[in-house]
Design a protein around this ligand. Structure first.
Ligand code: DGP
Length: 111
């Protein structure tokens, strides 16, 4: 499958890896919008949060467990986790990913 994030998880495309385990990989976003801007993804191809179901939700628990560990190390004044799902939400890569944003005050509501 011609998916950029599948290629990143298989190390076919280089990225700045922050954390990795058997199910997930976290790397720096190519176009950061905050001083800390990481993406965490499942290694298996899941297109978006709308494809989460009872058969694959184990990876979601792992992703959020890993976000906690990553945040302890890098996000000392709070952080935001965002997953854009679908065209209107601005999803540009069709492999589920969670943005981890930190290092500055984050506006609310988002645009
Ligand atoms: P979204 O718009 O929510 O689908 O976010 C996709 C993010 O992925 C966007 O912030 C830029 C990032 N991105 C796209 N291609 C690459 C890449 O090849 N490497 C890295 N590190 N990030 C990428």
């Amino acid at each position: 499958m011609d998916c950029i994030f599948c290629k990143i998880s298989k190390k076919e495309i280089k990225s700045e890896i922050i954390f990795e385990d058997d199910l997930t990989i976290c790397f720096k976003d190519l176009n950061p919008v905050a001083p800390i801007h990481f993406l965490i993804i499942p290694k298996i191809h899941i297109a978006s949060t709308s494809e989460i179901n009872e058969k694959n939700s184990d990876v979601l628990a792992r992703i959020f467990g890993n976000i906690s560990k990553i945040a302890l190390k890098f996000c000392h004044n709070g952080y935001r986790v965002v997953s854009n799902t679908g065209v209107n939400a601005g999803q540009s890569v069709m492999h589920m990913h969670f943005h981890i944003l930190a290092g500055r005050e984050l506006d609310w509501p988002p645009g």
